[in-house]
Design a binder for this molecule. Sequence first.
Ligand SMILES: [Fe+2]
Length: 273
Amino acid sequence: MSYLKLPILSETGFVIVDSYDQSADPREWDNLVYVDWKSSGDTRFAPLASAYGDMECDGFWNHTPPKTDKDGVWVDENVAIAPILTQRAKEFEANIGRCRVIELQPNTYADAIYNLHRDDNNRLNPEGTGWIVRAFFNLTDDQDSVMVLREDKDDPATETRVPLPAGAQVVIDTQRLYHAVWHPGNKPRYCLITSLESGPQLDEWIASRHPHVDSQAPDLEPAFIAESQGQAEAKRAARAAALAQQGKNPKFGDGTMAFAQDDEYGQEVMSEA
Ligand SMILES: [Fe+2]
């Protein structure tokens, strides 16, 4: 038994679809209620749907009773503030889990490489049901920002960078691809992130929006990539040493290095894209 996955994601793990006309909408995200997430303090989230409708962003499995990242419950206060964003999430007509707006502060390419991580989307997800992926709707017009995607976290040759102008819409298997955003602006970036169950509804949503994987991101100088990779690896090594000194194991159960995540297994933190 395995999971139902979308064939359109099988080769690359991500797909870009037609952009949304973001300029026509008000900046609903400016008025949302944001909650701090973990200790980094930099990145905040405004939940539109949470495990049980509370104003919090914890993994659904971290509740009583625990549940997989499906059947999210709308958070009334934020839904009332952001009816258009809520409607856009409902547009999938798929089962939705977590749905929230991220507020990401500016960072560097080296930061993004350091932050590369995979999501724990399918914990407790029953086999035979749809694999959970995520949709990213960029809200702010971050012309110079990119979603960094890698099949192999340590191999820049496996990297794709997806530009993030206002209205960009990308569906990503974030449990397969390492991901993080490089946001070199001077203002926070805002993006609507929705957990979605793979199935006919999501397939139809993608298929009707001219899906493609040609990101057309500008090339980066090889020397810049190498330098940033080195900076990220040095930071990871320092983090590993600090954790080891505290007697903590910097590896997840699957061997994935946990540097870009919090100390607790499976908890997402500031590195969230
Ligand atoms: Fe993530």
